[in-house]
Design a protein around this ligand. Structure first.
Ligand code: A2P
Length: 271
């Protein structure tokens, strides 16, 4: 079965497609519109954007123009990192909602626990979460979650949360698998979504991965994405290249335990 027809189920029962189309670094305007339109034509039904990417307007327009029924498409957007109070969180959601112009938002995430590393915004995150819970109860958002949250950030949020986060979207790729955080999320029924599953492209020239890919007659990108699926992590590959956008959903193969173990042991290559 194609990965395009497979889904995870969030802790509130909402279904989410197993692969999403990432739009980070795709400029607003024609480029984002074309990439999302192409992705939708080629079977993607899950699109990931953010207020901070600046491309919500084009993403929303591509969704509306696709002719695909709204309830067949899953759209995620995110509250900017610097917004840590209730009123501005409400206003920012309204802004995203109006730029997207697609009715409800399927998944809304706090983009970062703090605007700068090392700052403590535990109370601010609790305040914006309250706004997100209210929009959820009002039917404007179907599911809520976080991004880039550590275990400590999740625990602070859960001290006051009435609705538990359903997703943590984190950087996740071979060589950067965030094992402790991933295990914590799984144990707490939080789906892990992996952004930069190709290490923003840096993984693609790895000579050992090229050998593995050749064995399966696949590309390094496909092996890297398949690796996330083997680990029950939802990959969000980004591309503006039609052939790659399609290739990234052609993941109907299984990696051997030996190859998964090799990928588990890759060095962190984020430099
Ligand atoms: P482009 O957008 O020019 O097609 P990540 O998802 O980890 O952020 O990686 C995105 C980067 O990987 C982009 O530079 C993208 O290039 C490139 N990329 C995406 N899919 C593929 C693929 N199947 N083969 C080669 N490069 C890819």
């Amino acid at each position: 079965m194609s990965v395009l027809n497979e889904h995870f189920t969030l802790s509130n029962g909402v279904r989410i497609d197993k692969i999403g189309f990432g739009t980070w670094q795709i400029p607003d305007g024609q480029e984002a519109y074309d990439a999302v339109s192409y992705a939708l034509k080629n079977g993607y039904r899950h699109i990931d954007t953010a207020r901070a990417y600046g491309n919500e307007e084009s993403v929303g327009r591509a969704v509306r123009d696709s002719g695909i029924p709204r309830d067949e498409i899953f759209v995620t957007t995110k509250l900017p990192a610097d917004i840590k109070d209730y009123d501005r969180a409400r206003a920012s959601f309204e802004e995203s909602s109006s730029l997207l112009g697609i009715g409800h938002v399927d998944l809304y995430l706090i983009h970062w626990p703090s605007p700068q590393p090392g700052q403590d915004h535990a109370e601010g995150n609790q305040a914006v979460w309250r706004a997100m819970e209210e929009f959820t109860e009002a039917g404007r958002i179907r599911s809520i979650g976080v991004s880039n949250f550590s275990i400590a950030d999740l625990e602070s949020l859960n001290r006051t949360a009435r609705i538990r986060p359903m997703v943590n979207q984190i950087r996740w790729h071979a060589g950067y698998t965030q094992d402790e955080l991933t295990a914590y999320c799984k144990a707490n029924d939080i789906l892990v979504e992996g952004y930069s599953p190709l290490a923003t492209g840096k993984i693609l020239k790895h000579p050992e991965l090229e050998k593995i890919a050749a064995k399966y007659d696949r590309s390094v990108a496909q092996v890297s994405l398949r690796y996330l699926l083997e680990k029950d992590i939802l990959p969000l590959p980004k591309s503006v290249t039609p052939e790659r956008i399609s290739q990234n959903t052609d993941l109907d193969f299984t990696l051997s335990a030996e190859d998964v173990a090799f990928l588990d042991g890759l060095e962190d290559d984020r430099s």
